[in-house]
Design a protein around this ligand. Structure first.
Ligand code: DC
Length: 223
């Protein structure tokens, strides 16, 4: 039986990744959180190419070939390894969140990750979440969804998530970072965050995680 290819795009902290993970388990397909890939490259940049003026983008681009990224399934949890190191936790830091949109707007970075993402999606059922999956990475996906929610609701969710991870921050900083990232992601020249014409729009401001999952599953036929 053919397994579905599903694209989930949308704004930060709409629950894309945690929702996609559960849907993947339910449909017995692979889940790929593509934001994690952009975050890993950002971590690489912060660790290796920081100058007083911020990230040295030129040097990062010259050294993209040195980055090896791999997802490994460890007891049902997808872990991201960068050059042999498990970076799953480190890529969630506020510092990475602060710089990631700046890195994600670079054409060279997007081209580099485009190939990796398409390769990961080859010949299998998959649910990929990100910003340009339905528009650029998997334009022929069987199902496309675009998730949105109010800024206040999303900031609350992100703040809780970070607190649970033991990362200290405050609601104002989280809100400002969300707004800034949404703006950079939506306004960038290459592959901006935007709803694909054939994507189903879901506003989950007033829906919890399970209700969002049920709504998405109700749109997917039995494969
Ligand atoms: O989903 P996230 O918040 O972990 O994503 C981090 C950043 O990566 C986000 O601000 C935009 C970028 N991103 C992107 O440009 N394209 C994707 N497919 C996924 C993420």
């Amino acid at each position: 039986m053919k397994k579905p290819i599903i694209a989930i795009d949308g704004f930060s902290s709409t629950g894309k990744s945690s929702i996609s993970k559960i849907i993947a388990e339910k449909l017995d397909i692979v889940h790929l959180d593509t934001g994690a890939l952009y975050r890993a490259i950002t971590l690489f940049a912060i660790e290796n190419f920081m100058s007083e003026k911020g990230v040295d983008i030129e040097n990062l681009i010259l050294n993209l070939g040195k980055i090896h990224l791999e997802f490994k399934n460890e007891n049902g949890e997808m872990r991201l390894y960068m050059n042999g190191e498990n970076v799953s936790q480190k890529i969630r830091s506020p510092k990475v969140s602060e710089y990631v949109s700046q890195i994600a707007r670079q054409k060279e970075v997007r081209d580099f990750l485009l190939k990796i993402q398409r390769k990961m999606a080859e010949n299998r059922g998959i649910i990929m979440d990100g910003r340009d999956i339905g528009t650029v990475i998997l334009p022929n996906a069987d199902y496309k969804f675009f998730l949105t929610a109010s800024v206040n609701e999303r900031a609350k969710r992100r703040f809780l998530e970070l607190s649970e991870m033991g990362i200290e921050t405050d609601l104002k900083t989280v809100t400002e970072n969300l707004i800034a990232r949404d703006k950079t992601d939506s306004e960038r020249e290459i592959s901006p965050l935007k709803q694909a014409e054939d994507a189903i729009l879901i506003d989950n401001t007033n829906l919890d995680k399970q209700q969002t999952i049920d709504l998405i599953l109700s749109k997917i036929e039995k494969f």
